[in-house]
Design a protein around this ligand. Sequence first.
Ligand SMILES: Nc1ncnc2c1ncn2[C@@H]1O[C@H](COP(=O)(O)OP(=O)(O)O)[C@@H](O)[C@H]1O
Ligand SMILES: Nc1ccn([C@H]2C[C@H](O)[C@@H](COP(=O)(O)O)O2)c(=O)n1
Length: 282
Amino acid sequence: MLAAAGLSGRLLVRGVRTLPPYAVSPPSLCGVAYYRGKQTPANSGTLIPSRALSGRQQATGKLVRNGEDKNAVICIEGNIASGKTTCLEYFSNTSNIEVLTEPVCKWRNLRGHNPLGLMYQDPERWGLTLQTYVQLTMLDRHLSTISAPIRMIERSIFSAKYIFVESLFKSGKMPEVDFAVLSEWFDWITANIFIPVDLIVYLQTSPQTCHKRLKQRSREEEKVIPLEYLESIHQLHEDWLIRKSSFPLPAPVLVIPADHDLQEMLHQFEENRDKILAASSL
Ligand SMILES: Nc1ncnc2c1ncn2[C@@H]1O[C@H](COP(=O)(O)OP(=O)(O)O)[C@@H](O)[C@H]1O
Ligand SMILES: Nc1ccn([C@H]2C[C@H](O)[C@@H](COP(=O)(O)O)O2)c(=O)n1
């Protein structure tokens, strides 16, 4: 299955529907990483069985990316339109950091189909389709080969499951069997593949701020998103990252209040630079 999904040859295991007008978006920035303003191909690397690794996450017996254990991994988490991409863009000019944006363009254009748009139109029918693909593409973000010592990822395979799949299921928009399939996949992946995270940066916003920014960004598929959806996504983030009451945390959390205007946010990113880069010395 993983082979069919495009990771073939890299796992070394020893042990037609009518689409709306916005259906296809340009795949121009899909599958790329940014390293000091340059684009580099983000390829999946070779996975090999782990030896006894120390720290971060219990990895023994899991598949690991060959030679990748030395990379520091920082995940930027936050609500929809909270400013994650803006944050990644800010750090993309920093030497030593390679930023990997969320592959939204892939979710909007998968061989001419738009799983993101379909999900917003009919979550009961298409939630599983989108989230299966999100899980695959986020796994690729965690495992792709990079050249910098610090990997900065927009969101993570963890928030995909703990926030978005959870939201679909809890709101009654995902059938139990679809939730079970996604959960089995997620459990298998996290039990068998070493997915280290050293720091989570949580851009904490009010749902109202996100609603305003979402409308300003005006992504076609997201025009149907009501404030209530952003409120529920906010609560799931708060339960996971602040109250620490819902799901396991893969790493410590640095909270950056992010309701401020753009200029102040850039200042906040700079103020937190040392704390963020400290992840590489953990
Ligand atoms: N601090 C800010 N103040 C006002 N607008 C912002 C701020 N940060 C980002 N934006 C704008 O809000 C929208 C969403 O930002 P973006 O970085 O794409 O968020 P995300 O990646 O979290 O969805 C974009 O139009 C962006 O230009
Ligand atoms: N697992 C996921 C991850 C993201 N989405 C949606 C939410 C947004 O509409 C879009 C990503 O946008 P961003 O928050 O980066 O502006 O994709 C989802 O449905 N499931």
